[in-house]
Design a binder for this molecule. Structure first.
Ligand SMILES: Cc1cn([C@H]2C[C@H](O)[C@@H](COP(=O)(O)OP(=O)(O)OP(=O)(O)O)O2)c(=O)[nH]c1=O
Length: 220
């Protein structure tokens, strides 16, 4: 009996919270990204951007710039490029760079480059850095860098060639997508999985919540 009472009380309080939060104004968010992965990662935590507006910037690294610094800087530049069009809203931008030591592996341009990236990643550890910048309605911005470490098994020639055929490497930093068939290459990962895919959800939600964006009132 006590169990049923508790269950009813819990149900009622969820229902009440639900109806309360449904009446709260939903904060407006701009996602400054062309990446479908970033959009679906945000949706995964219930955050639905009002506007998706990709930034068109030069993504080349500066001379002697460390990959982690490139990721953070580019997230800031993406935010700054788009923010002026959407004043008064929250805006989120990110950049993901795959790095082997000081060498950055950007998005592979063609099959040869994708093959050479995967050959380099084969049997070793690499880093995935994602820079995230949040611009606030009051025009202040904050940026975070999140780094994860990924170890690939040694890839056979058959695996390398077959993966290239899947085309999944296109548009992905480092020439692979952990959320696809390349998951079978990943021996271990240290850090945030969503960071590797392109948007570290723990840190992003903390950035949003810490700056007054209630992720629980952003609903589809
Ligand atoms: C390593 C890795 C990267 N990626 C993707 C995430 C990003 O879309 C892309 C890195 O390129 P980015 O330049 O960070 O992003 P983008 O050009 O795709 O989008 P935008 O700049 O408009 O935000 O690689 C995966 O989807 N899976 C992975 O495992």
């Amino acid at each position: 009996m006590a169990d049923r009472k508790e269950a009813f009380a819990a149900h009622t309080s969820i229902a009440n919270k639900d109806s309360t939060s449904a009446t709260l104004p939903t904060p407006s968010l701009v996602l400054a990204s062309a990446s479908p992965r970033r959009l679906s990662l945000l949706k995964q935590i219930g955050v639905i951007p009002d506007i998706v507006s990709p930034a068109d910037i030069d993504e080349a690294a500066h001379k002697d710039e460390l990959p982690r610094d490139t990721a953070k800087r580019l997230s800031q530049e993406k935010a700054h490029a788009v923010f002026p069009q959407f004043g008064g809203k929250f805006l989120l931008a990110a950049d993901t760079v795959v790095a082997v030591g000081r060498r950055a592996l950007n998005k592979a341009e063609n099959e040869e480059e994708a093959y050479s990236f995967l050959k380099l990643l084969s049997g070793r550890r690499h880093q995935v850095h994602t820079g995230v910048t949040l611009a606030m309605p009051n025009e202040t911005t904050i940026s975070r860098l999140v780094s994860s470490s990924v170890v690939f098994k040694a890839l056979s020639e058959h695996e390398l060639r077959s993966y290239i055929q899947t085309e999944e490497w296109r548009g992905k930093a480092g020439g692979y997508a952990i959320q696809g068939r390349a998951a079978s290459f990943v021996r271990s990962i240290q850090g945030s999985y969503s960071n590797v895919v392109g948007l570290p959800l723990f840190e992003v939600s903390n950035m949003l919540i810490g700056n007054g964006f209630d992720i629980w009132t952003s609903r589809e």
